[in-house]
Design a protein around this ligand. Structure first.
Ligand SMILES: [Zn+2]
Length: 172
């Protein structure tokens, strides 16, 4: 089976970020025993990565470079935010210093109940400076790997726009 509309693909992949000045970081890596799963057309997929995978079958390798502007864009200063330190208070009234420390990633909920991933930059006396940029913002992205498996998406998966079962979203 080929990767195409209405399919779920399991992908072993290494995702690297490269900055224009030549620094490089490994963003994520999954082997064929713990692959990424994605539904074709899923909203959080990098469009050019999906394009590169379309038509491939299990066992096919791929190697794709995605320029910053086609991936997650530049690192934006306006995505940095000072949040009141009270938000990070534990039920016992203390500050959650185990989780809220520079470099740590947190899931924060907005007023609408949507979850946003953000990185702690600095912890001040009254505020915590958080960076809501995607971790690959400011990087050119290089993805390489091999297709592990391709299957037909279920009707539920197509209706929800994400993968269920192994490697998928568990919210049911
Ligand atoms: Zn679902």
């Amino acid at each position: 089976m080929k990767i195409g509309p209405g399919t779920v693909a399991a992908i072993a992949m290494e995702i690297m970020g490269n900055t224009p000045d030549g620094s490089e970081k490994l963003f994520q890596k999954r082997d064929d025993e713990h692959p990424f799963y994605f539904l074709v057309g899923q909203v959080d997929m990098i469009p050019l990565l999906e394009d590169a995978l379309l038509g491939l079958s299990a066992g096919d390798a791929f190697d794709v470079d995605i320029a910053m502007d086609q991936a997650y864009g530049p690192h934006r200063e306006e995505q940095l935010s000072e949040l009141p330190i009270e938000i990070f208070t534990l039920p016992d009234g203390g500050f959650d210093s185990a989780h809220v420390a520079p470099g740590k990633w947190l899931n924060l909920e907005d007023e609408l109940g949507h979850s946003h991933r953000a990185r702690v930059v600095t912890v001040g006396d009254a505020t915590v400076r958080m960076d809501f940029n995607h971790p690959l913002a400011g990087y050119n992205v290089h993805c390489s790997g091999v297709v592990v498996d391709v299957r037909v998406a279920t009707a539920d998966e197509r209706a929800h726009g994400h993968v269920h079962g192994p490697g998928g979203v568990h919210h049911h």
